[in-house]
Design a protein around this ligand. Structure first.
Ligand code: CDP
Length: 706
């Protein structure tokens, strides 16, 4: 690879990553050599023939060790790098926060670890790279959540002309953030196809996916809340240490080193907040991908919701009351947070009240007291999350300098059927359905008459891809805007057909009509036909448009999740009795799809809280490299979910929608863990790190009893 200047590749965080190892192996599972063969069995046999003579080096498996003075330097490949520290980043006002802490009557602290977990899409990563030696055309069928951005990176790295690169990312299975980064397999397959003049396929097996592709989380977090005795929150201080693995390869917006973690003040009206973050290299696979979350908001939401519950115990207040006392009020929106976000809209009391009512909160508290009297352990956990999705406005949001804007292109055929091409890439979220609904709502064409295309750089407008619940806030908004643009031209055509001036034309549902004379009307289909058959002199024929949307702000979905559990005091086993999830994602385009997204997120949140863990032994061997060790919840363990909704439209999104794909993974882990802690709180237990296994719960009970 070195001969072709491809030994190293840039990452999406301005770092470099080895494509195939040149100097030293930096984590177990790193790609060392590649074999290209006619079939996978020959390739596997050939791999067995390669002997690598490894000289053992000390493995660094924690960021704490990585930052010790005598720790061996992992990135010896980088000029001028003398330690394993990648970045230090701060947000908020340190002085104001320190002052508020000095005046606090109560300070509550929590140290917690959000462990390394893996998005583990059932369909692993892979590609077929096909470079045609005659034409120089590179067609790469690839599992990418961001095909346009990846094409640009390929063009810049390989020096190929961008128009000769076509990335096709069709139905790629689940993504969950795992399919955002560029992996060595893609690059090796492309280089091999270039050398051989034949298509070359690379596909991972399960273990390869689990041990060497993008992990998530791995955040060691410390949080402190400053309060008055009456429960008024005065300030929030957090510091965190991120384990980034051997290469800093996640995709965060350039300006924000730990993504959008500074949303950590969550749903509360804090006068002062300070966040400080450090990242370190370790001998692990690169991590930090946004596993069904908007750039680290999951970790932030977990920290604040766990802290608030612990604060309630210290103050002797009910956790729901403490939250309500400090929620940002409905009238305060748009609300500027202490770390600089402008929350668009919200009604936190409304969502909380509905969740409490649905779960029967007061009744549950009574049951809990009775159960305790009988030696049983019942708990109720709440989480009132605020998500931040739809990155984003060009001023603050870019990845590798590419502004995070998205496009949509709409073409209406003469018979009034349409084709919509969107910049995002769908992985089962149902964009074909919901984006067609957006056009249908704006233009009156039936959804079944609208074909939605995505995931092909030759045939869709530019955009930064689908992750971080950004499709609806960005490409969805572009879709509404392009439909409106087309409608304006259609209005002119209708005026021509109805022989009135444009100002006299109104539109409703699927037709244009003359003001005051609704019977004088033309359907959108009639107007579309006229665009190709009967348009006025001087008008450009055809009916189509393209729109690139630069969001004025992000969108801030929110909700309250309530979980009731029962813990077995003898074994530590915990069972979920109820899960109530009230979500507010603004206007819901398709309620059934939204509910499906929430169900999936609640199941993944449960898996993270209860069982999913990638860990490492002292030598850096990954434990959790198959589905026997890395546990995903099946239908057997997954609890039943009861959903509720409130609707607070986003004031700036063209149809008032906010993203929703990740809300439940973001909000629910804290609710599950808070429920278990709530069952044990009277024993003085305040934290059990995820995954909250029976063994850990049992141990905590034993220690508390000592
Ligand atoms: O970026 P991603 O598609 O993963 O997340 P999303 O924008 O939150 O959308 C997930 C799915 O839910 C899409 O089909 C959306 O169009 C749909 N959705 C909806 O119907 N109403 C909303 N307010 C938000 C999303």
């Amino acid at each position: 690879m070195a001969q072709h200047n491809l030994a190293w590749m840039p990452t999406l965080s301005y770092d470099t990553q080895a494509v195939l190892v040149t100097d030293k192996v930096r984590f177990q599972g790193q790609e060392v050599a590649a074999v290209i063969a006619e079939d996978p069995y020959i390739a596997k046999d050939a791999l067995e023939l390669i002997e690598v003579d490894y000289e053992p080096l000390e493995a660094i498996v924690t960021p704490q060790r990585a930052l010790e003075e005598n720790a061996p330097v992992i990135r010896t490949d980088k000029d001028g790098v003398t330690d394993n520290h990648i970045y230090h980043w701060e947000s908020g006002d340190k002085d104001a926060t320190d002052k508020a802490f000095a005046q606090a009557e109560v300070v509550v602290a929590l140290d917690t670890f959000y462990p390394r977990c893996h998005p583990a899409p059932l369909e692993t990563c892979g590609c077929v790279a096909d470079i045609n030696p005659a034409t120089g055309q590179a067609t790469i069928y690839m599992t990418s959540q961001a095909p346009h951005a990846i094409r640009t990176v390929f063009a810049l790295v390989a020096g190929l002309p961008e128009e000769k690169i076509r990335i096709v990312s069709p139905d790629i299975g689940g993504g969950f953030g795992n399919k955002v980064p560029v992996y060595p397999g893609y690059v090796v397959a492309t280089a091999a196809s270039l050398l051989l003049g034949r298509p070359v396929k690379w596909i991972e097996d399960r273990t390869e996916n689990l041990i060497s592709t993008g992990f998530a989380r791995d955040f060691h977090m410390h949080g402190e809340l400053a309060l008055r005795k009456d429960g008024t929150m005065l300030a929030l201080r957090t510091s965190l240490l991120a384990d980034e693995g051997a290469f800093h390869a996640d995709a965060q917006p350039t300006k924000f080193k730990v993504g959008l973690f500074h949303i950590v003040s969550g749903s509360y009206d804090f006068p002062a907040v300070h966040v400080s973050a450090d990242g370190a290299y370790t001998n692990k696979a690169p991590g930090g991908v946004a596993y069904r979350c908007s750039f680290r908001v999951t970790e932030a939401s977990y920290l604040i919701e766990r802290l608030v519950q612990n604060a309630a115990y210290e103050l002797g207040m009910d956790p729901a009351e403490l939250r309500k006392k400090n929620f940002i009020e409905k009238a305060q929106f748009p609300y500027e947070s202490a770390t600089g976000f402008v929350y668009d809209s919200g009604d936190y009391h409304g969502a909380m009240d509905l969740a409490l009512e649905k779960i029967g909160y007061e009744e549950l508290r009574k049951e809990q007291a009775e159960a305790r009297a009988q030696g049983k352990l019942y708990g109720v956990g709440l989480a009132s999350f605020t998500e931040v999705v739809g990155a984003g406005p060009h001023k603050d949001y870019d990845i590798l300098g590419l502004k995070m804007n998205d496009g949509a292109e709409l073409r209406i055929h003469p018979t009034g059927k349409a084709i919509l091409k969107i910049s995002c890439q769908t992985q089962g979220q149902g964009h074909e359905t919901t984006f067609a609904q957006i056009v249908a709502e704006e233009l009156g064409i039936q959804p079944e008459d609208i074909k939605v295309m995505h995931g092909d750089t030759d045939n869709t407008p530019y955009g930064l891809g689908t992750y971080a619940s950004r499709s609806t806030p960005t490409s969805g908004a572009a879709t509404a805007m392009v439909a409106r643009r087309v409608r304006e031209k259609a209005r002119k055509l209708a005026a021509h057909l109805l022989e009135v001036s444009e100002e006299d034309i109104e539109f409703a549902k699927d037709r244009f009509f003359v003001k005051g004379a609704p019977d004088r009307a033309k359907t959108i289909q009639e107007v579309a036909f006229a665009a190709y058959t009967n348009f006025p002199d001087g008008m450009e024929p055809g009916l189509e448009g393209v729109y690139y949307y630069d969001p004025p702000n992000l969108t801030f979905p929110f909700g309250t999740y309530a979980v009731a559990v029962e813990v077995d005091p003898d074994t530590g086993e915990w069972k979920v009795r109820r899960v109530v999830a009230v979500d507010d994602c603004g206007v819901r385009i398709n309620p059934m799809i939204v509910e499906g997204q929430i169900h999936g997120g609640l199941a993944e949140g449960f898996g993270i809280a209860a069982m999913q863990l990638i860990t490492f032994d002292e030598s850096g061997n990954c434990i959790g490299s198959n589905f026997m060790d890395y546990l995903l919840p099946t239908a057997w363990e997954t609890p039943r979910f009861e959903l509720g909704e409130t609707v607070t439209p986003s004031p700036h999104h063209p149809i008032g929608a906010k993203g929703v794909g990740e809300s439940a993974t973001v909000g629910s882990p804290a609710a599950y863990v808070n429920a278990v802690i709530d069952a044990l709180a009277h024993l003085g237990i305040r934290n059990i790190d995820m995954p909250v296994t029976s063994a850990k719960v049992w141990e905590a009970i034993q220690e508390a009893g000592r």
